[in-house]
Every structure is written in C-alpha cells, then in structure tokens.
Write a protein that binds this ligand. Structure first.
Ligand code: CA
Length: 643
C-alpha cells in the first residue's frame, strides 16, 4: 500500500492534476483500501515485496516445475506480502518449498505482523507443500514475512487459507477408569458438556500456612475484584508424605468445597524424596530441607527414579509408602462421594534439554519418557486396583516439543490433557516485554488437541495470566478450564493475582462473561448427572443457544488400525512424523516410537525395521505423491520415486 501512496503523491507533485483531481486520486485510494483478500490466497514467492532476485535453479541444482517466473531463495533480508481480512480470525499458512542444503532439516521462520513462528523444514529436493501452522490475523492489513535466520530454503508459492474450527465433540465424556464412581462419571459428563462452549474458572489455593492460614484469600480477592468466585479449587497433596508429613487440612477443604459449596476440586502432588536416599530407611522422618522434588541432577539426590519400577528396591518401597499416604487422603474423598481432577507427576517433561541427560526438572521425569510412563501406570494401577479408588479423573500434563507425544501414558490411563502456561517472563510471543500476557496460546492448545486426535479434553491446569476472553474465542482455543497458581505476594512469593500478572479489567470481563463458568453457575446436579443421559448446560446469564445437549461418545478402541506414516499417532501424516522417525533412528534413547507408531511408520516393506527409507517415504505422503493406498511399498518403488 505504501507504494501506491507514493505513486499517487508523485503524480500530485508533478503538478499534472488540479486540486479537484488530487482529491479524486485520494478518494479513489481510500475506497480501495478496505478491500479484503479472497481466501485461499496464493502468491508467487518471487512476487513478494523486497525479493531482489528471481531464481530458477539453485546454482547448479535444477529445481524444475516451479510456477510463475521462478522462485525465491532465502539468502538474506526479509521478504513479505500483505493480506487484508475483515475481522480477527485464524488462518493457515503453507508454502511450496524445497530445501536441499541440510539433510537433517533446517529451521525456518515466518513472521506474522512481527510475531515469529519457527518450524524445521526437512530435506526436500522437490517442491513440497509445507504447513507453517495456524496463525491469527487481525482485522485490516497483515504482513506475512519470511525471515532469513537459517535461510537457504527455496519458496515457490505461499498460500493463506481460513483455518477450520476444531471439532470439540470428538472428546470423550467417559472416564478411562471403567469402575469410576457415579459422582466421578457425572463430573466427567458435565466437563464434556461444557467443553468447547465454555471455560471453567479455577484458582489454586496457597499451600500450608500461607496468608496467615486464610485459605480463602485468593477466592476473596477474586470475588472482590470480579463479583464472582472460581468454580474449581486447586490444591496440592504434597504435605501428606512419609518424610515430614503434616496435615494442612487440604483434604477437609476439598471435601467442604464440594459438599458445602458444590464446587469442583483439582490437585497436584509435589511428592518429595530424601536427598540422601542411600542413608535413608523407609519410615525415617526427614527434615523438609533435606528433601526435594527436583531432578537428581539439580538436587544431588541418590534416589534413582528408574528403580521405582524394580519391585524389591528401596525406591519402590518408598514410593509404595508415598502412594499409601496419598491413597488415605483420596479414600476420605471417596468416602464422602467427592471426585477429583487429579494431576499427579505433573510437568514431567518440563525443562527437558537443560540437563546433561536431557531430562526434566522434577524427579519423576529425570530418567526419561519410558520410565515416566511406567511410573504413571504404576500409580494408576496401584490407586485404582490395590486401593480401589475410583473417584479420580486422571489429568496428564503435556508439553508441545517435537517429541512430547513420547511422554503420553496412553488413552487408557488419561482423561484430560493439560498445559501449564507461564509466559509472562519468557516465550511471550505477544511482542511485549513485560506485564500480563493475554494470549490464548492457541498453538499449544492445537498441539495438545492433536496429541489425542481430539479424543481427550484439553485444560490449562496452571497459569500466570488468564487469557483474554476474546483471544480464547477468536483463536479457537477453548481451554476446558484455567487455574492461576496461588498468589504468594504477601508471603514473599509471586503475586500471580496482582497487576503484573493479571489484566484486572480483562480478568473481570472473563469472570463476568457467559462464556466463563463461575462457582454460582455450576449445576445443582453436578454430581448426580447420569453419564448416559443428556447433560443440560446452563449458566445464570445464558442465552437460549447456550443451553445445549450432548451425547456421550465412546472412547477410541485400543487396537487402532494402521495409519501409514502417522508415526506420532497425531491422526494425520505430516512432517512431524518424518522428523520423529529420523529422531528415533538417530537417538533411540531419547526419541521412541510407540508400538502403534512403529506399525504406522513401517511404510517401506523391508523386514519390519524402521529405517531412513520409511522417513523418506513418509515425506511423500506429506507432498501427496503417495497415499495410504500405496503402502506398504517396496524399496525399489521408493528408489524410483527418489530419482
Ligand atoms: Ca513461483
């Protein structure tokens, strides 16, 4: 648009038009500006702004079959184009690209109105459609750029299209524990009935002794600010432990929240281990300062998490004792018919990569994904079978790294997948450097959604800033609930409810909206709904169309059919599958395919092993050269394609 203004002005400056003529030039320009782009919109990359050279080959390497005049080869600077949309919304950006420099793949970065998105583009010696993901465009003109960070990627065309809305009805409303209590099934059915249409407000309470033992501090603060009380109360069972355990009343508060106030409870479990585990006897008391929930690399603990899986080990004996104490508390809830959204062994992959062996910041993740998954299953079977606890909705914390799916315990052990959002200090992605971060982080939501093919509900189990209402709606990131961590401001901790972390105006708008469910809006029959009946959802200020019914969906069968190429079991075949296969070959200790993933990845018939040929063939699915019907193919057929 700038060029047009310059052209218009130069005509004016040339004195070739009268004052009347000048105004007609300006009005013609003004009328033109609001014109919106028609989608899908495709631009020849060589026609982007600031492309200084049109390429037709990369030096001696021919890249035939480009469209238009040639292509753009990223060797420096920033190239861009603009699209204009009528209102804020979500759009997909894809490009036809080739990348012949790095066989291991090469990171590429696009920017949308200055906010950067990076993805690793594999080695493509032919033009291949590559999905750069779903981004938000704002009403008016938007600038989409290709940046030269790692560069050396050829771009033939770029396409922007309207993103499809997610299908929230895919999520199951049935608990993975088939013996779940009626109250637990009822709560699960309620969650499912609101998922995709509402978000539920939640708030973590301060732990033992904070705020001068006023455990209602956060709720009172929110009620004063917004006039509403959160529906979900977050707690932690860390104080019930075999080392320095003390009863801080968490269990009683949980029961009261459900029985007296008809609320919902969730809890995490920051279970500690003794640092000097070698000299510890199970049953010993240990001062809390000599205990840790950190990984052994940081704490120096001699507790070996992998040994928990060894039946007669001391680590196992300790973990059994810890589970027993946890079970005692959960039993008290069950005796009172109180179900719980339980999030044990959380953030297992957190901080992965910052320690020499690439493991996470909590001890339960410090021996990698395979040990972690077995630990989760041990906890699941111990609580459900040995202690017969059937009042648990099992919530798993995920990350969105390229290998995060390898940490997922499996559909049969998980009811909800959740993300913990902390993006005020780091990884903001909103172009600001401080203050509340109101983004709905739809890219994280999308990852978690795809993790289970939409089959499990997706929640924001912990967070700093509560996302803005408009952002959640526009970005199609319908988090089942949000739950800011406790406010430790007065107690020397982080003031998560203060104005450095929350935009009080936006938080109030959220709490008072029809979209957000607060304590007063939970149905009276929250714990007596029948899972096999329609669930009626109402909010106190609901519009007529907010009253909806839902039918229960059945969980996915355990034995899935083979989806050729879908190595990460995400439900579709894309570059992530190819990358995961290559990673699993290059670094099998860190990256592992699931049993189903292996079946899916074995697309080239060469005796059952997963090899680079499989990765290569999966690329052809992405580029639509090969389809499901073509598999399995022989090595010879693959060779022909590669030539
Ligand atoms: Ca082109």
């Amino acid at each position: 648009m700038k060029n047009n203004i310059r052209k218009a002005l130069s005509i004016v400056m040339a004195g070739a038009v009268t004052t009347a003529g000048m105004s007609s030039v300006i009005s013609a320009y003004a009328e033109k500006e609001p014109e919106t782009t028609k989608f899908p919109y495709t631009i020849e990359a060589e026609d982007m702004d600031d492309v200084s050279q049109v390429w037709t080959s990369i030096y001696e390497n021919e890249l035939p079959n480009y469209s238009g005049e040639g292509f753009h080869y990223i060797t420096g600077g920033e190239t861009s184009f603009n699209v204009t949309v009528a209102e804020d919304g979500m759009y997909n950006i894809s490009a036809k690209v080739a990348q012949i420099l790095s066989e291991e793949g090469r990171m590429q970065t696009i920017a949308v109105n200055g906010i950067e998105y990076s993805k690793t583009v594999p080695y493509y010696k032919e033009w291949t459609d590559f999905d750069f993901g779903t981004v938000r465009l704002k009403a008016g003109e938007n600038k989409i750029s290709f940046l030269n960070k790692y560069g050396y990627m050829a771009v033939d065309t770029v396409t922007v299209s309207v993103a499809e809305k997610k299908d929230y009805s895919l999520a199951t409303g049935e608990t993975c524990d088939k013996n779940a209590t009626p109250e637990t099934k009822s709560l699960m059915a309620y969650l499912k009935s609101v998922y995709g249409k509402h978000t539920i407000s939640g708030q973590q309470e301060i732990y033992g002794g904070g705020h001068n033992n006023n455990y209602e501090w956060e709720n009172e603060y929110l009620e004063k600010l917004t006039g509403k009380v959160p529906a979900i109360r977050g707690l932690d069972f860390m104080n019930y432990n075999p080392l320095y355990g003390w009863d801080d009343g968490s269990t009683e508060r949980a029961i009261a929240w459900v029985k007296e106030r008809n609320g919902i409870i969730t809890a995490s479990w920051h279970i500690n281990v003794p640092i000097d585990f070698d000299n510890y006897e199970v049953g010993d008391e240990v001062d809390w300062k000599q205990c840790s929930y950190a990984n052994y690399q940081k704490s120096g603990s001699t507790f070996n998490t992998a040994n928990v899986l060894v039946e007669d080990s001391k680590e196992r004996a300790y973990f059994e004792e810890a589970m027993k104490m946890l079970a005692e508390q959960l039993q008290k809830l069950q005796d009172e018919n109180v179900p719980i959204i339980f999030r044990p062994l959380h953030e297992a992959q957190g901080n992965e990569g910052n320690y020499p062996d690439g493991t996470s910041w909590f001890w339960w993740g410090d021996r990698g994904a395979e040990v972690y998954k077995e630990l989760w299953k041990l906890l699941y079977t111990t609580l459900t079978e040995k202690y017969e606890l059937h009042n648990i909705i099992w919530e798993f914390n995920s990350y969105d790294y390229s290998n995060s799916q390898t940490w997922y315990p499996g559909d049969e052990y998980v009811d909800i997948v959740a993300y913990d959002k902390y993006n005020v200090e780091y990884n903001r992605g909103d172009g600001k450097s401080s203050g509340p971060n109101l983004r709905a982080i739809s890219e994280k939501f999308d990852y978690l959604f795809k993790l289970t093919d939409g089959g499990k509900m997706v929640a924001m189990a912990e967070n700093d800033t509560v996302p803005a209402l408009d952002n959640m709606l526009i970005e199609d990131a319908n988090w089942l609930y949000f739950c800011p961590w406790y406010d430790g401001g007065e107690d020397g901790g982080t003031a998560f409810l203060g104005e450095a972390y929350q935009d009080h105006e936006e938080l109030t708008k959220m709490y008072q909206s029809e979209y957000c469910i607060t304590l007063d809006e939970l149905p009276e029959d929250l714990y007596s709904l029948k899972g096999d009946e329609d669930v009626k959802v109402t909010t106190t200020t609901a519009k007529p169309d907010d009253t909806e019914t839902t039918t229960t969906t059945t969980a996915k069968p355990d034995n899935k059919d083979i989806v050729y190429g879908d190595a990460d079991e995400s439900g579709d075949v894309n570059i992530n599958d190819c990358v995961l296969v290559m990673q699993s070959i290059a670094n099998p200790d860190k990256y592992q395919l699931t049993e189903q993933g292996k079946k899916n990845a074995d697309v080239v018939d060469e005796g059952g092993a997963i090899t680079n040929s499989d990765a290569l063939a999966i690329q052809y699915v992405e580029s639509r050269t090969l389809t499901q019907a073509d598999f399995p193919i022989t090595s010879e057929e693959l060779d022909k394609l590669s030539k």
